[in-house]
Write a protein of this length. Sequence first.
Lengths: 428, 301
Amino acid sequence: MRNFLSRFWTYFFLTFITLSFANSSYAIDIKVWDLSGRSGQTELYEILDKEVKKYNPDINVVLVEYENEAYKTQIQLALNGNDGPDVFFNWFGEDSARLARAGLAMDLTDYKNMEGGYGNFISEAWQNAGAVDGKIYGVAIKAVSKYFYYDPAFFDQHNLSVPTTFNELLDTCRSIRAIDSSIVPWPMGNSERWKLNHVITMLNQRVVGAENSKADYALTASEDELFTNPKYVEAWQKVVDLQDAGCFNDAPNATHPDLTRSMFASQISPMMYCGTWCGNIFSSEGFEDFKMFRFPRVEGGADDGTVGFLVAEGLQVSTKTKYPKEAALVASLSVADDVALADAELRGSLISNPAKIDQMKDASHWFTFYVNDIADKSGHVNVLDVLLEANVSNAYLDMGTEILNRTKTPQEAMDFIRKVALEAKAAM
Amino acid sequence: MDKKSSHSNSFSLSNDRFSVIFLIVPALIFCTVFIFIPAFWVIIGSFYSFGLTSLNDWEWVGLGNYVKAAQDEFFWIALKNNFIIVFASIVLQVGVGTILAAILDRGIPYGKVIFRTIIFTPMVISSVAVSLIWLIIYDPNVGILNAIIKSIGLSPPMRGWLGDPNISIWMVMIVAGWQYTGFMMVLILAGLQGISKEVYDAAEIDGATGVSAFWYITLPMIRNILIIAILITTIGAFKVFEFIYILTQGGPSNATQVLGTYIFLQAFNLLHMGYANALSVVLLIIALILGWLQVQASRRA
């Protein structure tokens, strides 16, 4: 009996010690949610996984992709549930700040200078892109901007010059229609509402200006003044002018944005306003001989045309993650030198960490243009559907549809936006 | 003998009772977890203000969300659209379904099975896939509908089939009708096939043939089936979501907004969870009334 007991305890301790050692090394899956439809993304995340394993070989980076529109809803639901992502993509602005304020995005300030921390890779300015009330709630990986893309062969053939002012842009549209009325100079696919929102973002910037719109956008202007500046109406009127000049296709509110991209890529249309993600898409559809120009300045407007559209994007960490340190490491290493270089090469991203940008292989002409042009801009404006309070943003999106359909005048559109803004301000 | 029989009866009764409980409990558990408890929280939540990203921060507003709904023009547009869809669905799905069923039952001598299968086929396709197919058909740039309209010398709508607030809701209705008319046809056809041929023979002797036989014999005899078909269509019309969400997302400018999509917009885009709960309670009440009517109609049928 005594013998049996001593054997039992020996086996028990051996088993316990073996299991303890077995458990001390286990795989940690860090789920990262990102948008789908970006070429080279799977390869990029494989590179990130390898980079993370240099710091912690037990971490596996698991990529889960969602389509753009579905993602916006899905992420909010998932962050409230128990099976959400550890790390997730977000647009930096009101979208990311709201999650931080609601306690759904983790404060990453303390992870800045850890081994592999994002503070080792990106500048203070880029770090602050993810800041809310002095704390950092996201790692800014890249930025997106927007440009007019045009077909230089078409422009040369018809002696068209690149417009530098808004009126010249209207003239360009008229000239293209005069060449062939069936050619759509600037295809507009607003079925998802955000396409025109990006245009009115720039028109507000050009006509109203950043200083004059700041208090309205933040809803800090007094009730008497909130969105009363007549320049806002003027900015909407510019959309009507574009339509009257024949710039857009018929039925823009029923046209999908992807289709308009294809219209340009297949050279059916000679011009379009599209994001920095579009260059690679046009290239993948077989059209690379395009050039770009900035959104033209508006004569008599508030800025000189040097302020550009720029939205920072990056990764945030869920407060519900079981592995906060590991998740913070994954988010941080997404801006590590080699990963950032791969991001630029594979996804064509305008990366926040340019340490190895000189080593970039075969940089496309559009990538080089983006990098140089953004560096040359005097300031940046965030897009309205990311920047504004949700109700005001929705009102701006709706009014874009109404203006294109001519079911509301610019004045009526601004009256509605002001009404919604006043309600939103009262609810704050 | 009596004692034995009574013992056996009581055993059988308790056995039956056990079987009933055994069969009901799983369903009851599922209903409680997935319907009753969420419905309870939706009702409670409708008296609070909270957002999707602030689920732990509920602020009591009493009937505030319901008052807000009463004053919200887009809620009324959504409700009105639901009623438009009810009306149009009854005409398109039940009306056309009845005519198709009558033709298949008595109008054509051959190919009934083939036609029935073809007409029923859209029903087995996912609504999402159906919506995507029609999204391409309606496209103002590459859609076949515009090409057909132009080929016969007409002009398609300038704002597009789904971009024009005056017609977009009707275009959505056509898609829903295309998918569900076949189902209604099969339902009504089953009713028609239950009518004895002798009734028609007798009616023929009295001079009722063709349309008059359909009007005076067929319709009254399938009345109960039609009531059920109308109720199913009505309930479906109030629950409609996927067609609108995929085809128009409630646009242009809320012209095709229905309660389902408006609740979604408020909850997940504008983050007014409490208000979305209140709208859901309104929809729940409407659905309960319609459900009660359906049960009554089923009993009569």
